[in-house]
Design a protein around this ligand. Sequence first.
Ligand code: UD1
Length: 377
Amino acid sequence: MLKVINVVGARPNFMKIAPIVAAMRERADEFAPLIVHTGQHYDAAMSDAFFADLNLPQPDVYLKVGSGSHAAQTAAIMQRFEPIVLAEKPDWVLVVGDVNSTLACALVAAKLHIKVAHVEAGLRSRDRTMPEEINRVLTDQLADLLLTPSSDADANLRAEGIPDERIRFVGNVMIDALFAQLERAKVSTVREDLGLAGKAYAVLTLHRPSNVDERATFKRILDALAEISRNLTLVFPVHPRTRARITEFGFAERVESLENLHLIEPLGYLDFLCLYSGAALVLTDSGGLQEETTALGIPCLTLRENTERPVTVSMGTNQIVGTNTDKIIYAARRVLDAPRRAVPSHAKLPPLWDGHAADRILDALVSDEKSMASASA
Ligand code: UD1
């Protein structure tokens, strides 16, 4: 029986941990899962809503760290996580993605000689100004088992000198959650509630510090949105970080004056899935949404200069357009003016984005355990 502490901290973690914990509960003779929530995200809209939507059991431990600078948040997670690991003595600590909680908990476990499994290992934007890139590189160095979503990730890890024995290509577990919840999302009334039924619309999300913490960049994006929204309804669920910057930068009046730009509160998983799955176009700087739009064949424009998920461009529906106003407008027009939905002809599901990644992750944990046992025998 493997005791596994599954760590969640911020919004993009919940949809990765939910299928893994569900699979562990189904294989209850092999796994004893615990869920530790660091509390990096704590709002009802950023956290609570996801537990019910994803059938994720309530956390066994809640560390309540809340917001803070990177150092303060990372340190608080480490201080509060260490006694839990000491008390529980798990066989594995499983972390997902690239948020501060991922790195903090991996570092605590590694120093206590508890094995670390990193789900979504190997992704690289090669942009170390992104806090997430630092978290990715360091977590991968610490982890004993690197579970990758795509073959580019395997290549990145090898190039950093990580031995093959630690790398397993398991596919994309976020797509497990997406496929598992597609039917349930159909009952959401979010489109009717927002007056979008039967209408063409685009969905926008923005929260990367490089976009929303820089006034000039945020303004260039807003200028593009103003133009695009002249002919198309844009629905914008606003991340708390972004909401704070709109006020701080004095953009509130401008944003409110744009008739077709609708700012709403962040949505839960099912409502958001229902919303973007019906969109003509998605504009985003989120990593997860680049993958989800590829899985569903929805055109996506990524408002960043790079992506750590190149497979969404080479095999999917994603285009990296940056933050230049004219380039965003041009790319949006090309998608919207195409006679049919402008899904590139090469677009298809990347390998192992098949809804079964969680089981492959569990198999990898079990087989790693067996190979360790036979090595020490
Ligand atoms: C974090 C992750 C990012 C992920 C994103 C998804 C890091 C470094 N970044 O960014 O990789 O894509 O989550 O949302 O871990 N806040 C609230 N309520 C909440 C959470 C945050 O009001 O529930 C506010 C706080 O003012 C906080 C700010 O949002 O200071 C930013 O939160 P933080 O956890 O620092 O990072 P995110 O920008 O959300």
